[in-house]
Ligand binder design. Structure first.
Ligand code: SR1
Ligand code: MG
Length: 401
């Protein structure tokens, strides 16, 4: 295969057959396109013995909007290369890439269909006791080993250049940090919360803090981020957890990845007020989510700390006072980015099922107001919340508006 063409199901079969050891020439393959994400085509290709693989192809535009929003297909390279790097650093929790074709912007990867998408599972009220531990390992290993603690200046700059990813970063810059704070046509605001959305457009104190977080997103290349660690990018089961969809990867602030995940766990917390009618069951699910948030940060910080103490290669960064300062700032950044995620998923372009699936509209509006109020508090108070327990206490005490 050579020049780019948009795959049909037959093309996906041919691509999988050409590059997968799992399939034989005389296999009768089936392929179906089942992608429901915002950007790409995703095919499951299966043989008669039930072995299956995934073929993902970048379209030259954003799928959720259409051809009027052109988008580079180089994002497939970014995705494949980030997943390969992260896969070397944390194979247990990164989807396995089997082949990448630059011209076709297509990736062949393992099928995780035996696991569930975390977001859907949380909406259904499920719990995964190992989730926070596993994600803490993924984040600590991938972020530490791609940071200045390990890479020297020459290596780091070459990596930063390789993963500039300007078009996908621009999407985040706009959707996370710009649109929700003005009357932008891309925003998607339910009528009932229009007054609260309008407050965001005039809240200069909040906008100043969001500007600081955006400036860091633009100019703090601390590590090779996944760049989109929301609960739709994580497959889970009782035992396993694997991260997919790294096309937004770039060198950015470590707190952006950690905070995106914290923000998604908090979106699930907010949605529970409207999804779960039984009070005891709702409280139990929310307690689980807060416990996972605490475990996620504590395990991330302890693993990252251990790595800083034992595997730092740059002598300037071996100073333990510097290391404590560094982690404290990552916590503040993470809390701020979690706040931005709560706000942009409530009033911005890309919403989440955690809130959208609440059928009773007045109740959904209350959950959305909660998400906005919590997001604001996290952004404004991120420097004074010096422990994760202070964050969970704030969440527990925030009233449902
Ligand atoms: C147009 S893309 C919208 C969102 O989907 C992706 O998964 C990212 O989160 C992005 O912000
Ligand atoms: Mg995605």
């Amino acid at each position: 295969m050579s020049d780019y063409q948009t795959f049909t199901a037959d093309d996906a079969k041919h691509f999988a057959l050409s590059h997968a050891d799992a399939f034989r020439d005389n296999d009768q393959l089936e392929a179906e396109e089942f992608g429901d994400g915002n950007l790409n085509l995703v095919f499951r290709v299966k043989n008669q013995q039930g072995r299956s693989l995934i073929v993902k192809q970048a379209l030259p535009y954003a799928r959720c909007v259409g051809e009027s929003w052109p988008l580079t297909i180089d994002r497939a390279r970014i995705e494949a290369e980030v997943l390969l790097r992260h896969g070397r650093l944390c194979p247990e929790h990164t989807v396995k890439v089997l082949h990448y074709d630059a011209a076709l912007a297509a990736i062949l990867m393992e099928d995780l269909g035996q696991l569930e998408i975390l977001r859907s599972a949380l909406v259904a009220g499920k719990q995964f006791p190992l989730l926070a531990n596993q994600m803490a390992q993924y984040l600590a290993q991938t972020l530490f080993h791609t940071s200045d603690f390990v890479l020297n200046g020459l290596q780091k700059k070459a990596e930063v250049a390789r993963f500039l990813n300007p078009e996908l970063c621009l999407i985040t810059e706009d959707l996370f940090f710009t649109d929700p704070y003005c009357n932008h046509e891309r925003n998607n605001i339910h009528q009932a919360i229009l007054p609260q959305a309008r407050e965001l457009w005039h809240d200069e104190a909040l906008q100043a803090e969001v500007a600081r977080l955006k400036a860091d997103f633009l100019s703090k290349p601390q590590a090779l981020l996944h760049g989109d660690v929301h609960s739709g990018s994580i497959f889970v089961s009782a035992k396993q957890c694997k991260v997919i969809d790294a096309e937004f990867g770039f060198y950015g602030p470590i707190g952006f990845d950690v905070g995106s995940l914290l923000g998604n766990l908090l979106l699930s917390y907010a949605g529970q007020f409207g999804l779960q009618e039984d009070t005891a069951a709702r409280e139990q699910q929310q307690a689980y989510l807060l416990e996972q948030i605490e475990t996620l940060w504590l395990n991330f910080a302890s693993t990252f700390n251990q790595l800083m103490q034992t595997q730092t290669k740059e002598s300037s960064f071996a100073n333990s006072n510097y290391q404590s300062f560094f982690l404290q700032q990552v916590l503040a950044d993470s809390i701020g980015y979690a706040g931005c995620e709560l706000i942009r998923r409530t009033v911005g372009l890309a919403h989440v099922a955690d809130l959208e699936q609440i059928r009773h509209e007045p109740q959904r509006a209350r959950c959305e107001r909660f998400a906005l109020a919590l997001g604001r508090q996290l952004i404004m108070q991120r420097q004074s919340l010096s422990t994760i327990a202070q964050l969970t206490t704030l969440v527990r005490h925030l009233p449902l508006p």
